[in-house]
Design a protein around this ligand. Structure first.
Ligand SMILES: C[S@@+](CC[C@H](N)C(=O)[O-])C[C@H]1O[C@@H](n2cnc3c(N)ncnc32)[C@H](O)[C@@H]1O
Length: 248
């Protein structure tokens, strides 16, 4: 974990790198985002019906998960410690209310809203501290007080049981950000905060390295599109998303 994880995303260079490099069109991350968006919109429609649920996107960054659900939710709120990330989201015209939250002190609270909620937490838990993981789950528990109040959707972009792990020795030498998080750790975190892990969904079996060579990228993408249709591969996917609900 980076020692000042929050601080990294306050820097203007990190903000533009996030949108323009990490999520550049055709990048590994944007291919995953395309698959996730399709699945997330179907989840919301099947679970709540169109325009019925309020989204609370914790660590919203530049608004990726908010954009994914645009038009399918009744209202949306984005929460983040970085005003620079939020300003970028606002600049994109994303239809949501944004809230700057504290990184220390009592855990941030969701804005009170009527009806069901979906709490989304994308690309936060992997690289952050145990304390922030607990703050995040306390936030989710505030928005989702009981089993009927909605669902929690959490992305882990570094699943420990994946092909990414096999390349970890090489990656670790060059990348101080190499972290891993297992589904067992997520299950334990969920349980400690009164959530049941209901399902795990995979969005890329291949690691980022498989997309490095431009002319092979389409093949890699086709493999991951096909893998997406095989739910048993979720457990070994590099990028996984967990769905949880409050315990009865
Ligand atoms: C990798 S970005 C992910 C942004 C967005 N969720 C996405 O998936 O595109 C991580 C985000 O977490 C935010 N963040 C870091 N620590 C946080 C904390 N303690 N509470 C809330 N947000 C935090 C950062 O400012 C940054 O916007």
């Amino acid at each position: 974990m980076k020692s000042d994880y929050e601080g990294v995303f306050r820097h203007p260079d990190a903000v533009s790198k996030y949108d323009d490099v990490v999520y550049a069109e055709d990048s590994y991350a944007s291919q995953i985002n395309r698959r996730q968006r399709h699945w997330l919109r179907s989840l919301v429609t099947a679970e709540f019906g169109p325009g019925q649920v309020t989204q609370h996107d914790f660590a919203c960054g530049t608004g990726r998960a908010l954009e994914s659900l645009a038009g399918t939710v009744r209202a949306a709120h984005g929460y983040d410690t970085s005003t620079a990330m939020i300003e970028r989201a606002v600049g994109k015209g994303i239809d949501a209310e944004f809230h700057v939250v504290d990184e220390h002190g009592s855990p941030p609270q969701p804005v009170p809203t009527d009806g069901p909620s979906i709490v989304t937490v994308f690309r936060l838990l992997l690289n952050t501290s145990a304390d922030v993981r607990d703050r995040t789950m306390a936030f989710a528990a505030g928005a989702l007080p009981d089993p009927g109040s909605g669902v929690l959707v959490v992305e882990n972009h570094g699943n420990r049981r994946s092909l990414r792990h096999l390349g970890s020795r090489r990656t670790r030498r060059s990348d101080e950000w190499f972290n891993e998080l297992s589904s067992a750790q997520i299950r334990e975190l969920f349980a400690r905060h009164g959530f049941v892990l209901e399902s795990v969904h995979g969005f890329a079996v291949l690691p980022k390295g498989a997309y490095r060579v431009r002319r092979l990228r389409r093949i890699a993408s086709a493999i991951d599109d096909a893998a997406r249709l095989m739910p048993f591969l979720a457990a070994v996917s590099t990028n996984v998303v967990y769905v949880g609900r409050r315990r009865p």
